[in-house]
Design a binder for this molecule. Sequence first.
Ligand code: LCS
Length: 389
Amino acid sequence: MKFHTKAIHAGHKHDKAAGAHATPIFQTSTFVFDSAEQGARRFEGTEEGYIYSRLGNPNMSELEEKMAALENGGAAISTGSGMAAISTVLLSQLRAGDHMIAGDALYGCTNSLMTHVLPRFNIETTFVNTSDLSSIEKAIKGNTKVIYVETPANPTMQVTDIKAVSEIARKHGAILVVDNTFMTPYLQKPLDLGADIVVHSATKYIGGHGDVVAGIIVGSKEVIMNMKFPYFKDFGGITSPFDAWLLVRGLKTLPARVDIHCKNAKIVVDYLVNHPAISDVYFPGLKDHPQHEIAKKQATDFGSMIAFELKGGIEAGKTLMNNVNMIALAVSLGCVDSLIQHPASMTHSPVAKEDRLRAGITDGLVRLSVGIENVEDIIADLDQALSQI
Ligand code: LCS
C-alpha cells in the first residue's frame, strides 16, 4: 500500500462483535479470559490476546500498527505524551555510566530531561551542534550509547543529516534516535535513512487537531519488544483508548493536512522575508537556509514550522504576539489552527540562558506553526499585527 492508503487502512480491522465500520472505543481497563488456563497462556505469551490495558488495548494496537506502517518500522509503542516516549526510550536504552550526545537545539523539556533528570541516574549528555558532523565525532566517548537529534530542531529549524549521523553512530556502536515531530512520516522517514528509533510528540501533526497529548515510539520489532517488556510495561506511560482512537482518526487525514500546511507555510515565509519589520526567517525551504540541500535530500517537503526574528527584538515580538486575532498565542504546534509563541519565555524556558543562546534560541526569536486555514487569512492577521510595531 502507498502512504495515503496506509494512513487510512493500516492497522484497521473491522469489528467482529457488532460489525462496526469505524473502530469502537475499547474503554476498558481489563479483558475477560475464557478460562484460568487461557489467562495463564496469555501471561506466558503462548497465546495472543489482550490482558489489561496498560499492556495493550485494541485502540492502542491500531495506532501502533498504523504508525509502524507509516514510518516503515517493524512495531511501535503509543505513549501518554511525547515526553513519555522520549523518557521511555532513553531510560530503556541507557544505564548508569553511559554517555549520550544530543543536539544543542531541542524542545525545552527534552533538554531538561537530559540536563536535570538523567544525571541523577549517572547518565551524561554532551550537547553539540549536530548539523556539524565533526562536532559529533569529537564528542564520542568509549561509553557513548545514544545519539539523539531533532530535525528540524525546535525552534531554530536547524537540520541534521540523518544518514550521515546514523553512519557515525553505527561506526561507534551507538544507536541513533530521531525526533520526527516536525516532519511526520509523510515528509521524512528516519528509519529508512538509518536511524534506529523514531519518537514523536503525537500531540502535534499526528493528532493534528489540538485535542490530544500523546507520543509514539517506532523501531524494529526487536527493539520495540525489548523496550516494551519490561521497561514500558513497568513505566506504564500509556495512551488512553479514547486518545488512541482520536490519533487513528487524525492519521487518516495526515497527508491531506500536511500538504496544505506545507503549501501555506511557503506562502507565509515569502510574506515574512519581504516584511520590513523582520530581520531573519528560519525555514529549511529557503535557499539560504544553511542546510537547505540536506533538507531537500532527506525530506519530501519542508513542513509548516517557521522561526523568525524581528528588527525591533523581543519588544516588537511581544507587540506581534499580543495583537494577533485569529492566530492563537499558544504553545504546541502542528495543529490545524495557526499558533504563535515565544520560545525563550515559553517552550524553551527550562533551558539555561547560556545554553539557549549558544543554540541560537535568542530572546527575540518568535515561532509560528502555520495551520491549514486559508493562507490569505493567516497573512492578513500577521499583517495587521505587524503593522502595530
Ligand atoms: N518533541 C518535540 C519536537 C516537541 O516539540 C515536543 C513538545 C515534545 C517532543 C514533547 O511532546 P509532548 O510531551 O508535549 O507531547 N513541544 C511543544 C512545543 O513546542 N510547544 O508545546 C509543547
